[in-house]
Write a protein that binds this ligand. Structure first.
Ligand code: WQD
Length: 341
């Protein structure tokens, strides 16, 4: 059974990717410092797959912790690296926390690949590297624009570090997946998004408003240059996103890469406005949403969605979950964690 390390594996994307990996026969080892997730996610992953992943409470930004752990867990062939701080707003207030955690994490992971003979890396990148694209949809050749936040900058910096390192270590392979907007929850309602405090992202705020936890959804601006005036995003189902990681691992395992480091846009290729998403949620769940239009949020991109043809053709991967099902899964998950029947 192929051994694979998933850093940040108790997080939103990491937990869903672990489930898909286990169901496809991989032995998964999760490392997570639990700074933004809970250990009982491991129990729920086990309930879904029947297999308990090995878990290490490790901060991958701490080289000694990481290397001591890997010295006791040899034979790992690939790493999927999710572990990072990811709150855009927080990164503006605490830039050094983001540079220290996110950049040191990648440097340690790359050194560990060399030290312990781990061949393949999938890196969790983001469409934020494109900023506000001039031309839509966004392709992998769209220009990388100056980051709008330290968080986004760490994604750009980490892509460059990976590229420079793999260039001089051609026996190693890496794929950077540039996610658009990950949303939804596992259809089992056993794992999903668990934002701490007031959600910054749209979907958890929608589901918490529908659950009565939040009074009202504030829609940040309806005066954008879009059909209904609200921002447009490419919302990708979390299980579709998880499976893109497996397609990336398979590509490297099968030696199909064309260059040492490759980049793929992971989205649906469809842009949806905030109001369209609210309407989709209401229709899919039967829950009327209380919302109001307020002023724009600082730093928001007006519209961005992916050209996914390279990922479709090269990775052999395509998003398949309909957005209405994604909304229903998100709502069922919210009802589960809020004990709503
Ligand atoms: C989506 C749309 C908001 C909340 C962020 C990160 C990005 C990536 C994905 C990690 C925007 C609007 C939101 C609310 C609203 N994360 N909105 N009311 O900003 O596109 O991307 O998450 O890689 O790096 O920046 O996602 O969900 O915050 O916002 O109107 O209460 O919903 O204005 O148009 P975003 P989001």
């Amino acid at each position: 059974m192929k051994k694979i390390l998933v850093t940040g594996g108790t997080g939103f994307i990491g937990s869903h990717t672990t489930v898909e990996l286990q169901q496809k026969g991989y032995e998964v080892i999760i490392l997570d410092n639990l700074s933004n997730s809970q250990e009982d996610v491991i129990d729920n992953i086990t309930k879904i797959t029947g297999v308990r992943p090995t878990f290490g409470k490790i901060d991958v930004a701490d080289r000694t912790q990481l290397f001591d752990f890997l010295a006791k867990h040899q034979g790992i062939e690939s790493i999927i690296h999710f572990a990072a701080s990811k709150a855009v707003g927080e990164s503006v207030k605490e830039p050094l926390k983001y540079y220290r955690n996110n950049v040191n994490g990648v440097i340690n992971i790359l050194e560990a690949m060399k030290e312990f003979g781990i061949s393949n890396l999938v890196f969790s990148s983001s469409c934020t590297v494109y900023g506000q694209p001039e031309v839509l949809p966004v392709t992998e050749q769209s220009p990388i624009q100056p980051a709008l936040s330290p968080y986004g900058n760490t994604k750009q910096i980490n892509e460059e570090i990976i590229r420079d390192f793999i260039k001089v270590n051609p026996e190693l392979h890496a794929i950077c997946l540039r996610y658009f907007n990950p949303v939804g929850a596992h259809p089992s309602s056993l794992i999903g998004e668990l934002p701490l405090g007031v959600p910054a992202n749209l979907i958890p705020f929608i589901t918490q408003t529908a659950a009565g936890i939040r009074e009202c959804l504030s829609i940040f601006g309806n005066d954008y240059d879009t059909p209904d005036g609200t921002c447009i995003r490419d919302y990708i189902d979390i299980v579709d996103l998880a499976n893109a990681h497996i397609a990336a691992i398979n590509r490297m395992e099968q030696g199909k890469q064309k260059t040492g480091v490759e980049f793929f846009n992971i989205g649906t290729g469809n842009g949806l406005s905030v109001l369209e998403l609210v309407k989709t949620f209401e229709e899919a769940t039967g829950q009327k949403l209380n919302y109001k239009i307020v002023g724009r949020r600082e730093g928001d991109i007006e519209k961005v969605w992916a050209d996914t043809s390279v990922a479709n053709n090269e990775l052999g991967w395509k998003a398949v979950v309909p957005i209405s099902q994604t909304m229903l899964n998100a709502w069922n998950w919210q009802k589960k964690i809020s004990n709503i029947k």
